[in-house]
Ligand binder design. Structure first.
Ligand code: 5AD
Ligand code: FES
Length: 353
């Protein structure tokens, strides 16, 4: 698409003021190559972030409590068919104690993440959610994959506040290629159920997936805007040698930052993490994402003895640092970008409904 300089200014102005960009305009921005042009896009996203959510960066404490997974996503290192993974499940008491410890450090949200592990039934999840809520004043985010409406409902009633379920890609044919044993419609059903149950919902996608085009990425931006997602997690695809996609190239930092910027422009006041994946492909990837629209970080509080086995992609950031180290490091990284640290639970700003 040819767009004149004057057209570029107009598009950036629209991005700044309303974010109401057409697919064509999103594709145009995602295709920018010139360094000065890209810089203007990222700065526009930073300005939208400043105006819509301010300078606070929220810290979420991530606990990866089980790496058992029934699914076979073709990019993911902990997929069921990878025999080289040493599998673990944290005992329920230890999950609750770990969460209590994280909250004692001043962190207002616990993110409970796992593979799709049927052992953690809705009843067991309720026990964990209630146990944490009884001991600690915090919000709870679940990231445990696809469940039935009734299971989501039971966990919401037990006190879960938010749910992360990345849509992975908004393009049906690409989704089906990457998840031969799963259904695109079922994923959408889950996201809709979570919304209707009153969860603050996090969608999100990977950037630079095999076969993914710029047009496909524009669909992801339109998708999170239409869903009115409260949170949007965006990270580069990183090939894992133990998976069918192990030989494909990784997504780039440049393309990931453009996607974070467009997610900010499109969602306005969304909660956007500077993901571990973007920190894993560049030593300052998270800081760069914070300057391109992100306003959340999720340091890893999984006890070290388990953490090494939660390898969804290789060279994952912070795999060997102990949680205390990550805590200080993350705060220093936020402050280095000139931002402030958010206090309290950091609920969705869209959720004041
Ligand atoms: N590279 C990057 N991100 C990945 N995820 C899973 N595997 C990979 C990989 N190889 C992401 C998925 C998932 C989230 C928890 O991690 O988007 O939803
Ligand atoms: Fe873990 Fe920096 S956030 S060591």
């Amino acid at each position: 698409m040819r767009i004149s300089d004057c057209g570029f200014n107009e598009i950036l102005n629209k991005a700044l003021v309303t974010g109401d960009l057409s697919r064509e305009e999103i594709v145009f921005l995602l295709s920018l190559e010139d360094e000065a042009d890209v810089k203007r896009l990222l700065e526009t996203a930073d300005a939208v972030r400043q105006a819509c959510v301010g300078d606070d960066v929220y810290i979420r404490g991530l606990i990866e409590f089980s790496n058992m997974c029934a699914r076979n996503c073709s990019y993911c290192g902990i997929r069921a068919d990878n025999p080289d993974v040493h599998r673990y499940r944290m005992p329920i008491d230890e999950i609750i104690e770990t969460a209590e410890h994280v909250v004692s450090k001043g962190i207002g949200t616990i993110v409970l993440q796992s593979g799709e592990d049927p052992w953690f039934t809705a009843d067991r999840m309720r026990e964990i959610i209630r146990g944490i809520k009884a001991r600690a004043d915090c919000a709870i985010t679940l990231s445990i994959g696809e469940r039935t409406y009734d299971e989501y409902k039971a966990m919401k009633e037990a006190g879960a506040d938010r749910f992360l379920l990345r849509h992975e890609t908004a393009v049906r044919s690409l989704y089906e290629k990457l998840h031969p044993d799963c259904s695109f419609d079922e994923r959408q059903r889950c996201l809709n159920d979570l919304k209707s149950l009153g969860y603050q919902v996090g969608a999100g996608c990977m950037v630079g997936l095999p076969w993914q085009t710029v047009e496909d990425m524009a669909e992801d931006i339109v998708f999170v805007r239409d869903l009115n997602a409260d949170m949007v997690g965006i990270g580069p695809f990183i090939p894992h040698p133990g998976t069918p996609l192990g030989d494909h190239p990784a997504g780039t930092l440049a393309q990931t930052l453009k996607m974070v910027a467009l997610a900010r422009i499109a969602t306005r006041n969304g909660l956007l993490p500077a993901t571990t994946a973007v920190g894993s492909i560049d030593p300052f990837g998270r800081e760069k994402a914070l300057k391109a629209g992100a306003n959340v970080v999720m340091p890893n509080y999984t006890p070290l003895k388990y953490r090494v086995d939660y390898e969804i992609y290789p060279d994952k950031k912070c795999i060997n640092e102990d949680p205390e180290q990550c805590h200080g490091c993350m705060q220093a990284r936020i402050l280095s970008t000139g931002r402030t640290i958010g206090t309290g639970p950091g609920h969705s700003l869209k959720h004041l409904r």
